[in-house]
Design a protein around this ligand. Structure first.
Ligand code: BGC
Length: 641
């Protein structure tokens, strides 16, 4: 098979293409080399002042995870005010693109609804709902004056030890393909449907290109060891669908492919993506990703730009990057032709996004007010997604529960919105947050308390337990505490290695001799056989986001005993039978999961059986992996709040 036929897509016709090309060519012709190089830089908010960005003609700014205009609880007005300061009405000014990680809602914005992380959306398999969530997110991002999100993540996670598993949709490339289409439809609008980058839409990013879901031992930013045909048929599927849906920005992946860093791979970035796949948009680096190519910053920038990266995402000293690239150009190590190509691509995308005539960010936000969703509508969308993402693994007959009962909602995760939200939630790691940081949110316990109260029953937390004879059922909520990226890498996937306390607490609860329902809040399947055995029913909630309380609408019946909502979620990743099954993917030779991809019980289809799972875990107790020196020095000094 030739490379062309291995890598191929049906490129869509992009509305407004010829006007954008004409404008980009005209602007490019008027620029100095210094201005062109500045267009190729994306600077972090904390490292640049609006005036400097305007003077240099910086191409783009970003707020990384946990970076805000002033502080974590900034209102929308602060975002808009800052966005306006990065705009200018001077003649010749090239509009600055602001990018943000709106990866499960506008997750850096205080008070914004956070939807389930992608793995939960993967369980829902409801692509229309996903497109609606993406559109609601686009509107929310625009309401803060921002035009671009670094989403969706199109990884195909194939090793459960990987800390970014929850950012992926499924181990199944076919599902990731459908997910990519739905996300691009909602965020950008589709090229052939008359709504492409129209009012209320933002630029999306196909990230991270490519192969990040199969790094050796699941190490984040590690080496993906696979054949080119697996790279295409498994890991690139979401990207191909994104290109067919009109993707204009692709983010290079941190990982290597068979030993070569993607940020420096001319083959994958230029020959494949821009060549065989005819990608006309621009490639942005990941956060300082190019610095991993060489210890010398100038050399690193050069290698990456020459490989095909068009815009460098710089966390700190962007002036140094500017100076180095200018020097590389002066000495002929980066050609004018390469710079012109990169800048033309960036200007073309800005033109497609109408950035020269969109007006001040705050004015535009006001004009969009008529299509903005109300807070209630947004929360309802989030609640639907939570309900549809729940996966029922086991039900020996106790579910659904009657809301007129007395229900003890126990476990450390019962009343914790930050734990429900996981990483990329206000802060990068999702840590250092409290329930008060999510004002419109509802914890799992609060959902039960509200529903039981209305029906005439009562739900209470362990600290409110007064009379132990008054417990009719127990919901025990436990899981993984928040993490993002490599901080979530595991060496073993046995839950007892993560939290040895939960199994003891669960067994302790048996003494009440009432049904015990287990609920796992998690970014990935984990080996939980002992915990499963200690419960009468078991539900996986993934990372449901701010409306975790919606789980009560599935677990509880109406007061008259009829089901409110049945389970709809199906496993987006295979569930391990043994603690060593971290690489467990449908279609593998000898595939032997505890629950296969697509598994999920419902009330309608009652399969009530009592099974006991093997509880022996021979793996040594080392859940966390130390980050490699290369990764640890890769500029990961995000702001804390
Ligand atoms: C992540 C990207 C993200 C970027 C900007 C990186 O560390 O890998 O997914 O878009 O940071 O916050």
């Amino acid at each position: 098979m030739t490379k062309e036929s291995l890598w191929s897509v049906d490129s869509p016709t992009i509305p407004g293409e010829s006007e954008a090309v004409e404008l980009a060519s005209r602007v490019l012709a008027s620029m100095s080399i210094e201005q062109k190089i500045a267009q190729m830089i994306q600077a972090e908010l904390a490292a640049i002042e609006p005036q400097e960005a305007i003077e240099y003609q910086i191409g783009s700014i970003l707020n990384g995870g946990g970076s805000f205009p002033k502080s974590k609880r900034d209102p929308k007005a602060s975002w808009l005010e800052l966005a306006d300061r990065f705009a200018s009405s001077e003649a010749g000014f090239i509009p600055i693109l602001w990018g943000t990680d709106a990866v499960h809602g506008h997750n850096n914005l205080f008070g914004s609804p956070l939807y389930p992380h992608n793995i939960g959306l993967g369980a829902s398999r409801n692509f229309e709902l996903i497109a609606q969530i993406a559109h609601a997110t686009a509107l929310e991002v625009l309401s803060t004056g921002i035009d671009w999100t670094f989403a969706p993540t199109l990884a195909v996670p194939r090793d459960l030890r990987w800390g970014r598993t929850y950012e992926g949709f499924s181990e199944d490339p076919g599902l990731v393909k459908q997910f990519a289409r739905a996300m691009f439809k909602g965020l950008q609008g589709l090229p052939n449907q008359g709504d492409f980058l129209s009012e209320g839409r933002i630029l999306a990013t196909a990230k991270h290109f490519v192969g990040e879901g199969c790094t050796f031992e699941g190490i984040d930013q590690g080496d993906s060891r696979c054949s080119e045909s697996d790279l295409v048929s498994i890991h690139a599927q979401g990207h191909l669908a994104a290109l067919e849906s009109g993707a204009q920005v692709v983010m290079a992946a941190f990982n290597s492919w068979n030993g070569e860093k993607i940020h420096g791979s001319k083959y994958l970035l230029t020959d494949v993506l821009k060549g065989h796949l005819n990608f006309q948009g621009f490639i942005v680096s990941d956060w300082d990703g190019f610095t991993q190519l060489d210890e010398d910053l100038g050399r690193a920038c050069e290698l990456s730009v020459n490989a095909g990266v068009d815009m460098l995402m710089v966390s700190g000293d962007w002036r140094a990057v500017h100076a180095h690239l200018t020097d590389s150009h002066r000495h002929g190590r980066v050609t004018t032709q390469r710079i012109d190509d990169a800048v033309f691509r960036i200007l073309r995308v800005k033109a497609l996004n109408g950035m020269w005539w969109r007006g001040l960010p705050s004015t535009r936000a006001k004009l969009l007010a008529h299509i903005e969703k109300t807070n209630r509508e947004k929360d309802n969308l989030a609640r639907t997604a939570v309900r549809e993402s729940l996966v029922l693994l086991k039900n020996e007959g106790c579910l659904p529960l009657d809301p007129r009962m007395n229900i003890l909602v126990a476990g450390e995760f019962a009343d914790s919105i930050p734990d429900q939200c996981g990483g990329w939630s206000l802060t990068w790691q999702g840590t250092e947050n409290s329930n008060e940081d999510f004002p419109s949110g509802q914890s799992i316990y609060e959902g039960f308390a509200e529903q039981c109260r209305v029906a005439g029953g009562r739900a209470f937390l362990t600290e409110h337990l007064e009379d132990t004879s008054k417990i009719d059922a127990i919901l025990y909520v436990f899981g993984e505490t928040p993490y993002a990226e490599g901080d979530g890498d595991l060496q073993h996937i046995s839950y007892q290695h993560i939290n040895p306390k939960a199994i003891n607490e669960l067994r302790e609860l048996r003494k009440f001799q009432v049904p015990v329902v287990g609920m796992l809040v998690t970014g990935r399947p984990l080996w939980i056989n002992p915990e499963l055995n200690a419960t009468d029913a078991f539900v996986v909630a993934w990372l449901p986001g701010t409306q975790g309380g919606a789980v009560a609408e599935v677990i509880l019946t109406f007061a008259d005993g009829t089901v409110q909502h049945d389970f709809r979620g199906k496993l987006p990743q295979s569930w391990p039978k043994y603690p060593t099954q971290y690489i467990l993917n449908c279609g593998d030779l000898g595939y032997d999961p505890l629950f296969p991809l697509g598994f999920g019980l419902t009330y309608a289809n009652k399969a009530i059986e009592t099974v006991t799972f093997n509880e022996t875990d021979p793996t040594p107790m080392h859940p966390k992996r130390e980050r490699s020196a290369a990764v640890a020095t890769a500029g990961y000094n995000r702001h804390s709040t």
